[in-house]
Every structure is written in C-alpha cells, then in structure tokens.
Design a protein around this ligand. Sequence first.
Ligand code: RM4
Ligand code: MN
Length: 393
Amino acid sequence: MTLTDAGSLPAEVLAQLERQAIELPSWAFGNSGTRFKVFTTAGTPRTPFEKVSDAAQVNRMTGLAPSVALHIPWDLVDDFGALREHAESEGVRLGTINSNTFQDDVYKFGSLTHVDRAVRQQAIDHHYRCLEVMAATGSRDLKIWLADGSNYPGQADLRGRQDRLAESLQAIYDRLAPHQRLVLEYKFFEPAFYHTDVPDWGTAYAQVTALGEQAVVCLDTGHHAPGTNIEFIVMQLLRLSRLGSFDFNSRFYADDDLIVGAADPYQLFRILVEVIRGGGFNSPDVAFMLDQCHNVENKILGQIRSVLNVQEMSGRALLLDREALAAAEAEGDVLTANEIFVDAFQTDVRPALAQWRESRGLPADPMRAQRESGYQSTIEAARVGGTQAGWGA
Ligand code: RM4
Ligand code: MN
C-alpha cells in the first residue's frame, strides 16, 4: 500500500510524528574511517562549533533533529557557555555528553575496571569533568561506553573487574544532580576480543539497577552478535523501566555504524513497534540518538537520510493495527497476525510524509533541498585547512 497524501495518515499518527526528536552525534560530522584508512573530505568541521552548525543544518532540512550529542574530550572547548549559545542561535541545543576513556595510553588494560586504583580514579575524574561540562551545556544524560576488556583467557580476573566497575560507577553516580541520568551502554566485543566488561544488556541492567533510579541502559543497535533479537531486548528493558536511550545505526557484520535502516529496514520497523508497544515512543525517558560514522558518503546528507529513515519507519510502525493484531494473536491465527504486521511494514508512507512536511513549512524532499541549498559549497570554501575531527584527531 502507498499512502499518497498526508490526509491518508491518521491524525494521531501525524501528532506523534510531529513530536519526534532524534539527537545527532557531533562525531558524525568529523572524518572517520577504519583502521585501514580515514579519508578526508572537503568542508569537514574544524571545531565543535562547526559540528554544531552542520547538525543544525540537518534540523533545518528535516525538523527532526533539535539536539546534538558531544563526545569528551573530542569536543572540549574553552567556553561551553559559548558553545551552548552558538547551538541555540542555530536553533538546536546540546544534548547527551559521551565520556571517552579509551584513547589514553593509561587505559591500555581498562579504565573504570582497571586493577590500579590510580587509573580508575583518573577515569572517574574524567566523568566528573563530564559532569562539569553538563552543568554548562544544560545536558541531562552522561553516557558511558567502555572499551574495557581483555584479549586472552587468563589475562584478567573477570569477577574482580565487575566488582571494580560497580564501585567506579557508584562514585560517578553519586555526583549526579537530581535531574541527571547515568546511561550505561553495552557492546559485545571490540576493541577487546576475548571478554568485554559490559558486553550485554543483562550486565548493563545488573550494574545500573545496583546504582539507583537515575541509571539506565543505552541500546546501540550495532552492539549485538549477529542474529540477536534486538526488539526482544527493547521490550524487556522497557518492561523493566531501564531503557534510557538508543544509539541507532545499522550493520552487516560487526559494529559497522552505517546509516540506520540501511542494512535491515524490517529490523528497524520491528524495534519501533516494540518501542511504541512499551510506551517508549516520544517518551522523555527514552532518548533517540544516532551513533554513526560516514566514512565514504557525504556526512550531512548521511545524517538527513538517517533521521528520515527513522521517521519513515516510525510512521509505518504507528500504522500497525494493534487491535486486529491482538485479536489474531488471541485466536492463535498465526498467519493473519503476521499479515497484519507485515502490512504495516509494507506501507509506503514517503509521499504522505513529503506532503505533510511541506504543509509544515519544511522541504518536501530534505535530501534534494540540502543538495540545492548551497550549504556544502559554502562550508567547503570557508573551512579550508579543516582537519580531522573525532577519531584519530
Ligand atoms: C562506541 C560506542 C559509543 C560511541 C563510540 C564512538 O562503539 O558506540 O556510543 O561513543 O563508539
Ligand atoms: Mn554507541
């Protein structure tokens, strides 16, 4: 089915889509790559200010991306108040602060889990610094992803590391302001190849529940073993009131950080169905974020494509006829239930969304509008001498 005009999308679906907000990662606008090569691109931001400007351009084209996540220390600036004002002047705000304890030599054998108390304290102090940044930026969420792990059996005491992790996280948690949250992100492997200290949702859940109500889990869609039923995890974390945020991206093999919805649109649909089912859609408790790297494609267009993919798939998921589905489920009518589910997934909402965007003063086709805007040629001329931001900076 193709919904050709905005009127064919139910008003309650449009009302939900109107409130949708997807946070962009500052690092998506810097050059990134693989361990083989980081290709440079013309117009790459030279400063966090320019990354924020590029993110604001995505929001201007789509109306979907009102905030930008920062990575510390990649996005350290002398004056975060000035960065905040810059963001506001561009019509966006600063969002989640992501800590980085994976690039200093001292963290070779771990950070918050390290055997050496002094190294653990250094990692804890980095998070205290992030909390200071959050006070200046007005951010609510401190997101922690750890590279901690080991490469060889016997290299590390798994239990000891888990106990130290709990202690370190508690030290950070205890400094949160009442409105702030600690968001713990899991990932099954990489850079460590034998064990990872926060490898799965269960470990993240166990750690955050021990901390208290202000600690929640981040689900990065690229951080599972192939074949994992991610929507089941979404359901479970929502059921347990601990799903704090998403890092959306897609993958074919490992943590590929490709454009969300590019590798498996049906999986994205299934995830969004569970988010809606569990009350996480447009909920302040569940932050929608992208965590992607555009190694070979244009970065601003890559981000526009990404938020549009999430919007389109949200529209389809909101169309799911839940009453009919519940009836078919109750009757044990397997094939009718599956047809109802697949019907929603197969509904093309793109023409209807284009018309709806236009009715709200947004470009009907944000990709085309960006290509025709002249923004890219302007930044390419203005940012000569731009260096790599983020990875390998
Ligand atoms: C990690 C994780 C984090 C991100 C870093 C750059 O794999 O996904 O969310 O901040 O990469
Ligand atoms: Mn992530």
